[in-house]
Design a binder for this molecule. Structure first.
Ligand code: XMP
Length: 511
């Protein structure tokens, strides 16, 4: 990929590095994460406009503490050290990092001193976010101390002539009030990077790359209804138009209106060649009497592959397959080394022996960038902001055997949940919110009659990554509205419960 500017973020702690890379991109400068084991010569060979050393959990004092080849300080490339990165610079260039017992964690007052490029035109008193045990007690010779805190004499230092800057605090976290300004000062004023990484330029780069890779060959793309495959398809379509065919497998286990929306968006709005495989009967037949959650997954996964393969075979001559792999998948599995990418399948696990070359137009992008370019490409908000949805669909939200009647009840209840959560303005803040149908029946009374019908369990969780989650503290009046609408509008339901289990110990899904 060609860029007008490139910033490398050296990874001393993956979470920190990813957040820094995102913030740099939010400042409209392209950035990539590199593992700290990357030889400095290889980093320099890429011609970076700046290098950032990230924070990390280590102490420079422990044996085997991560370090970096000091050649980086002589390279003449503007350098910013953050937290652990700042301590490395201090130690490597002859300053002092000590175990003072004066660690700082969380909200801290910062006092800016003297004239500083990073804090130019900023208030002298600011709130920053800290997370460090060791402290820098002396800056290296030739450096100016530009900020301190009550506990620590060196909270930032810089040497403009050498182009080396360091901050003990975390400018990348939102709690640091002026963190983004500090990053921008480094990027624009210290490193001279132009702010040209925009949604439009991202799309232009991706389109050029796709054209170069695909040439005049045919491409297929599996659509799942989710945001990643949708944006990938829209990008590839923009790049190669009619050479693209999308395949959408309707398992009959989707949310209400999802299949229609895929049709409407891709066939009607984008005029993409779309193969809509209506396979609900096959999936329901295969799932007949299946109760065990893992068997449901396996059954659906295998049939999905078979149906997709059949559709691909019918198309005959496609050489390329589009995948919606995102940048974090690549970073987490080996830092940009292609060979190590974990297999990531958007559409339910396509087999490795399918003879396709992969097209991964989102492989350099974070999720928020994918959403932004989805909007820029004109995809509907409903697709761009859709909450995650499991590959096996509603099958793992019906606890027990799957029947058409139960699917219909669940789709109806789920649509009410989504509608009310959106109306309350909470849809984007909540990680997932949905209905579950346990196949048991309970007694109720409606009018003068006794009822004996299904319960619906409402599940709504907050989360950053689905690894851990907390149940969402939904307002009581919203819970009430959802409950009364489901019971009044969905035949076959007489009770609504709210799941107040976090993960762990629960999982997000019920199966
Ligand atoms: P759990 O239920 O394990 O879910 O807390 C974590 C996240 O993964 C989604 N999920 C799945 N996604 N195939 C998928 O593609 C699956 O079989 C599957 N099971 C769970 C779930 O919706 C949540 O976002």
């Amino acid at each position: 990929m060609t860029h007008e500017a490139l910033v490398l973020v050296v990874d001393f702690g993956a979470q920190y590095a990813q957040l820094i890379a995102r913030r740099v991109r939010e400042a409209h400068v392209y950035s990539e994460i590199v593992p700290r084991s990357t030889p400095v010569a290889d980093m320099l060979a890429r011609g970076p406009d700046a290098i950032i050393l990230s924070g990390g959990p280590a102490s420079v004092h422990v044996d085997g503490a991560p370090s970096i080849d000091p050649a980086i300080y002589e390279a003449g490339v503007p350098l910013l050290g953050i937290c652990y990165g700042a301590q490395l610079i201090a130690r490597d260039l002859g300053g002092e990092v000590a175990r003072t017992g004066q660690g700082e964690y969380g909200r801290t007052d910062l006092h800016v001193e003297g004239s500083s490029l990073l804090f130019a035109e900023q208030p002298v008193e600011q709130v920053v976010w800290m997370s460090h045990g060791d402290s820098i007690t002396r800056a290296p010779a030739g450096f100016t101390v530009t900020a301190r805190t009550d506990a620590v004499p060196v909270a930032a230092f810089e040497d403009r002539d050498r182009g080396i800057y360091a901050v003990q605090f975390h400018p990348e976290v939102r709690h640091t009030e002026r963190g983004q300004e500090v990053l921008k000062a480094f990027l624009y004023d210290a490193a001279g990077c132009p702010p040209t990484w925009t949604n439009v330029s991202i799309i232009e780069h991706a389109v050029a790359e796709i054209r170069a890779q695909v040439g005049r060959e045919r491409v297929i793309c599996g659509l799942s209804g989710g945001v990643d495959s949708a944006v990938a398809a829209a990008l590839v379509h923009k790049a190669v138009g009619d050479q693209l065919t999308c395949v959408f497998v309707d398992t009959g286990l989707l949310r209400r209106g999802e299949a229609e929306q895929v049709e409407q968006t891709f066939r009607e709005q984008f005029e993409i060649d779309l193969v809509h495989v209506k396979a609900a009967d096959r999936f329901l037949a295969a799932l007949d009497d299946v109760i065990d959650p893992e068997r449901k997954r396996k059954t659906i996964g295998e049939l999905f592959i078979r149906v997709f393969e059949e559709a691909a075979r019918d198309l005959g001559d496609a050489r390329f397959l589009v995948q919606g792999t995102l940048y974090p998948d690549i970073v987490e599995s080996g830092g940009g080394d292609n060979a190590n990418i974990k297999s990531h399948h958007n559409v339910g696990g396509l087999p490795d022996d399918m003879q396709f070359e992969l097209v991964e137009p989102l492989r350099n992008l974070f999720k928020d960038e994918v959403r932004a370019i989805g909007e820029e490409l004109g995809l509907p908000e409903d697709i761009v902001w859709r909450q995650p949805f499991p590959g096996p669909g509603l099958a793992v939200r019906i606890v027990g055997t799957i029947t058409r009647e139960r699917i219909e009840i669940l789709q109806h209840a789920d649509a009410i949940v989504t509608e009310e959560i959106k109306r309350a303005g909470l849809y984007r803040d909540i990680w997932q919110s949905f209905a579950v149908l346990p196949a048991v029946r309970t007694v109720g009374v409606m009018g003068d009659d006794r009822t004996y019908a299904y319960p619906i369990v409402l599940r709504a969780v907050t989360s950053d990554d689905a690894m851990t989650a907390d149940w969402a503290r939904l307002p009581y009046d919203l819970l009430e509205r959802i409950s009364s609408r489901i019971i009044n509008e969905v035949p076959g339901v007489n009770r609504v419960a709210y799941d107040i289990t976090s993960k762990p110990p629960g999982t997000i899904e019920w199966e």
